[in-house]
Design a protein around this ligand. Structure first.
Ligand SMILES: CC(=O)N[C@H]1[C@@H](OP(=O)(O)OP(=O)(O)OC[C@H]2O[C@@H](n3ccc(=O)[nH]c3=O)[C@H](O)[C@@H]2O)O[C@H](CO)[C@H](O)[C@@H]1O
Ligand SMILES: [Mn+2]
Length: 285
């Protein structure tokens, strides 16, 4: 295979942090060679599960989500879409590429949208243990109110990975919207924390995602027993988990962007972008 030689004296990006102090790469456009990575992952015959929840009205997001995923997500690799929904009949029929399938998993709904979001940790951990572990190597867990608009490939895969939240990647830690009440299991002190990770995109090996989701779910249940709910729900608990279990790879905000934030120069690609939604019309419905 022919490719240009890595240049020790010529870093590929100098405008952004590309490595954490615990030696986890931060994935930005221009820092990796996708052909090289595709070859490595192909040799391992890796299979990827993409989990997405579409409860109640959120089924409307599935069509665009799936169509754009077919175009941009892990193209050329084996993919299972795990669609967790209370409305299996509303899952659209989308033509899939070779080696890709849709697996619809019927689950219950909750009346509060906060509970729907929080309970994803429980559902992912249950299915990871019972089913996903037998079917795929990696899990990628994302929000459904999103569309792919550029390539998201095997460069994201690692033991356990999180994504920099588009609203906070230039923010000082004391201003992160971590849970600040000591009574919550998600509590993080003002002088702690590395990054603010987004709830809408994390993943890793099935084993590691099981550990993460199971621990977050237990923390959520402890909070519930103590009549407290973390400020940003599952996202707060994810941030607490990543404080104590550092991710082995971190995705730049290219992998979770919101166009209402504009487009800073450091952002050369917008790979996965929020679809605007009317909260009043779509939540708690
Ligand atoms: C992009 C991003 O980082 N999003 C995070 C942010 O939320 P968002 O404000 O983007 O939350 P959201 O409304 O998208 O809810 C999170 C997800 O739960 C599912 N859902 C929710 C309600 C419902 O009635 N039906 C349904 O299916 C759906 O998959 C949705 O994408 O904060 C949430 C917690 O407050 C979660 O941590 C989200 O991951
Ligand atoms: Mn969302």
């Amino acid at each position: 295979m022919n490719y240009s030689q890595p240049q020790t004296m010529n870093p590929l990006r100098t405008d952004v942090l590309v490595m954490t102090p615990w030696f986890a790469p931060i994935v930005w456009d221009g820092t990796f060679n996708i052909n090289l990575l595709n070859q490595q992952f192909k040799l391992r015959d890796v299979k990827i599960g993409l989990t997405v929840f579409a409860i109640k009205k959120y089924v409307v997001f599935l069509q665009l989500f799936l169509e754009t995923a077919e175009r941009y997500f892990m193209v050329g690799h084996k993919v299972n879409y795990y669609i967790m929904t209370d409305r299996p009949e509303a899952v659209p029929k989308v033509t899939l590429g070779e080696g890709r399938s849709i697996v619809v998993l019927k689950i219950q709904n909750y009346s509060r949208w906060q509970d729907v979001s929080l309970r994803r940790m429980e559902m992912i951990s249950l299915f990871a243990k019972e089913q996903f572990i037998q079917e795929v190597d990696y899990l990628v867990c994302v929000d459904v109110d999103m569309k792919f608009s550029d390539c998201v490939g095997v460069e994201i895969l690692s033991n356990i990975f999180g994504t920099l939240h588009p609203g906070f990647f230039r923010t000082q830690r004391q201003h992160f919207t971590y849970e600040r009440r000591l009574e919550s299991q998600a509590y993080i002190a003002h002088d702690e924390g590395d990054f603010y990770y987004a709830g809408g995109f994390f993943g890793g090996t099935v084993e590691e995602v099981y550990k993460l989701t199971n621990q977050c779910h237990n923390a959520i249940m402890t909070d519930k027993a103590n009549s407290i709910e973390a400020l940003w729900h599952d996202e707060s608990h994810l941030n607490k988990y990543f404080l104590n279990h550092k991710p082995t790879k971190i995705l730049s905000p290219e992998y979770l962007w919101d166009n209402s934030m504009g487009v800073p120069i450091v952002l050369r690609k917008r790979r996965f972008v929020a679809v605007p939604k009317n909260h009043a019309q779509i939540r708690n419905k």
